[in-house]
Design a protein around this ligand. Structure first.
Ligand SMILES: Cc1cc2nc3c(=O)[nH]c(=O)nc-3n(C[C@H](O)[C@H](O)[C@H](O)COP(=O)(O)O)c2cc1C
Length: 191
């Protein structure tokens, strides 16, 4: 069974990306994946600082890193902030990229060899595309294999119904397709 963690780059009350993340979790589970819902509100992560790291590696950064390391695949759902990923998500990705326990600087043990996928919901008509371009590059830099499929939800404030489902069939089908491809690639890479 493919193990997939879902990480949402917003902890805002009523977050559209959290809504999209919930749909993605259900789609991944429908593909037979064992999903870990990583709520960044549950992690006490200081803004990355070499001085903090040199003192004591934050316990929650270690916990996040171990969760990532235990997966076959990672799904990131991020808002776009000023054309890039949210600082909340970037900081979490950065902490989990750091070597611990005598690892080499380039070990990237939380990421290397895993499949990843990206999604965004935005109130703009562009759906957070610029943020996903950055996120794709970041995830490649840390040695994950980012699948080509991705999901953009533009005009997110009008995209979900009262039950949290997407009103339009096409983006809903892309969530399912992306989830299916992530599970397939994660399975293949971990075989
Ligand atoms: C600092 C900041 C910068 C933003 N920049 C962008 C942007 O560049 N592009 C965009 O589509 N939306 C931008 N937004 C609006 C977000 O898309 C919107 O707040 C969205 O609801 C955030 O996602 P969430 O609902 O998951 O919290 C920005 C919001 C904030 C707070």
């Amino acid at each position: 069974m493919a193990k997939i963690a879902v990480v949402v780059g917003s902890t805002r009350e009523g977050s559209f990306n959290r809504m999209l993340g919930k749909l993605a979790i259900r789609a991944l589970q429908a593909q037979g994946a064992a999903v870990t819902d990583v709520d960044l509100a549950d992690f006490d992560l200081p803004l990355y600082s070499a001085a903090i790291e040199a003192g004591a590696f934050p316990a929650d950064a270690q916990r996040l890193k171990e969760i990532f390391a235990a997966q076959d695949g990672l799904l990131f759902v991020s808002p776009e902030y000023n054309g890039s990923v949210s600082p909340l998500l970037k900081n979490a990705i950065d902490w989990a990229s750091r070597p611990t326990g005598g690892e080499s600087l380039v070990a990237l043990s939380a990421y290397r060899g895993k499949a990843s996928a990206i999604m965004a919901a935005s109130i703009s008509p562009f759906g957070g595309l610029r943020g996903l371009i950055h996120l794709r590059q970041i995830l490649s830099t840390i040695q994950t294999l980012v699948i080509p499929e991705q999901v953009l939800i533009p005009n997110a404030h009008a995209a979900f119904d009262e039950d949290g489902h997407l009103k339009e069939a096409l983006p809903a089908s892309l969530v399912d397709l992306t989830a299916a491809r992530l599970v397939a690639v994660a399975r293949a890479l971990s075989a």
